[in-house]
Design a protein around this ligand. Structure first.
Ligand SMILES: *Cc1c(COP(=O)(O)O)cnc(C)c1O
Length: 360
């Protein structure tokens, strides 16, 4: 068996320990005589799996009791619609447009009401986070929406926007569990798990209880109401059962690693190795404003499309996979999520140094 260093933005690298455990339990989960894949989601065994996953996530993120944790499907993209369908009581919301995912969410919300872009960084290809300390947020806006870590462009909100008392909704798909967060500052925190937590097919929504109501937009399908899933503890219908089981294993792994403060220190250390090199290199350059750099997604370029392509190809041949930038921006991007070991980043930088020497 040989594993590569996988820098994919998602689906992405998972802890080897978790993969091994899942493999060991594949044929017979803890004496049940079956795989978790084959198990009824209404069984006692599965109930323990999903309850433990939720309890571990609550412990990791210090989630207060007045927030529900929902394990849903449809990816992060389905939340682009579910959020306005459930929260747009006044049919008005404020969106901060810091990248393609935020823009998609903003466009989707326009189907349901007046979604106002109150700030944007599109003027400079989303290479920075706009000043959000004093935005013109409509009085009657139902919420303020952000994409906290911009997976494609590699920026991150280092400070949450001043919502002027409005509910904050955040897509944290690509920074989920990468550092501690104060859940009480948000109304809704959500993310697809395939970036930093588990296999594609699960989206986790952490939502304050007062935001879960019957009072959704007219014609909201049953499956798209938060209340449906909250009332049934994420078991209204068959949940993405195997995916939740793997997420649960990752939560246990994170606890063992020391929790989110330890993860943050680990992620800062890794990111620093790469950013320090980008800052000193004469060939490779980071593409975003320094203060807004993401710890998770690191885009960079050489300035030549030809050299970029050569780099990606040679890196791949050396066991560094998925370094090609998003199709919309080109260049390179190294996603260095929780499960990417420090050694992977060190080896990548050593490879980049060598490439630079050979391509003067
Ligand atoms: C990947 C990603 C999405 C889209 O996720 P899907 O699960 O494919 O719908 C949305 N937001 C962010 C920040 C992402 O990184």
């Amino acid at each position: 068996m040989s594993r590569v260093y996988n820098f994919s933005a998602g689906p992405a690298v998972l802890p080897e320990e978790v993969l091994r455990e899942a493999a060991d339990e594949m044929m017979d989960y803890k004496g049940s005589g079956m795989s978790v894949m084959e198990m009824s989601h209404r069984s006692k065994v599965y109930d323990t799996i999903i309850k433990e996953a939720e309890a571990d996530l609550r412990e990791l993120m210090n989630i207060p009791d007045n927030y529900k944790v929902l394990f849903l499907q449809g990816g992060a993209s389905q939340q682009f619609a579910m959020i306005p369908m459930n929260l747009m009581k006044n049919k008005k919301a404020a969106y901060i447009v810091t990248g393609q995912w935020a823009k998609k969410a903003w466009k989707e919300a326009q189907i349901y009401g007046d979604a106002v872009a109150v700030a944007s960084s599109e003027d400079k290809t989303f290479s920075y986070i706009p000043d959000c300390s004093d935005l013109k947020i409509p009085e009657d806006a139902d919420y303020v929406y952000i994409c906290e870590n911009n997976t494609i462009y590699g920026t991150k909100f280092k400070e949450l926007p001043n919502t002027k008392g409005h509910t904050l909704v955040a897509d944290v798909s690509s920074c989920f569990l990468s550092e501690p967060v104060d859940v009480t500052k948000y109304g809704v925190i959500y993310g697809g798990v395939q970036k930093n937590i588990g296999p594609a097919g699960v989206v986790i929504v952490i939502i304050r209880e007062d935001l879960i109501t019957e009072d959704t937009l007219p014609n909201t399908p049953t499956m798209l109401k938060y209340k449906t899933h909250a009332d049934a503890d994420s078991l209204y219908n068959t949940p993405p059962a195997y995916g939740i089981y793997v997420c649960g294993k990752v939560f246990k792994w994170l606890k063992k690693m020391g929790g989110l403060s330890a993860m943050k220190a680990h992620n800062e250390e890794k990111a620093k190795i790469l950013y320090d090199f980008l800052d000193e290199s004469n060939l490779f350059k980071g593409t975003v404003v320094k203060e807004d750099r993401s710890l998770m997604n690191v885009p960079f370029v050489t300035g030549s499309d030809e050299l970029d392509a050569k780099f990606v190809a040679e890196a791949k041949a050396d066991g560094f996979e998925n370094l090609k930038g998003h199709r919309s921006v080109g260049g390179m991007r190294a996603s260095i999520y929780n499960a990417m070991p420090k050694e992977g980043v060190e080896k990548l930088v050593a490879f980049m140094r060598e490439f630079e020497k050979n391509n003067k």
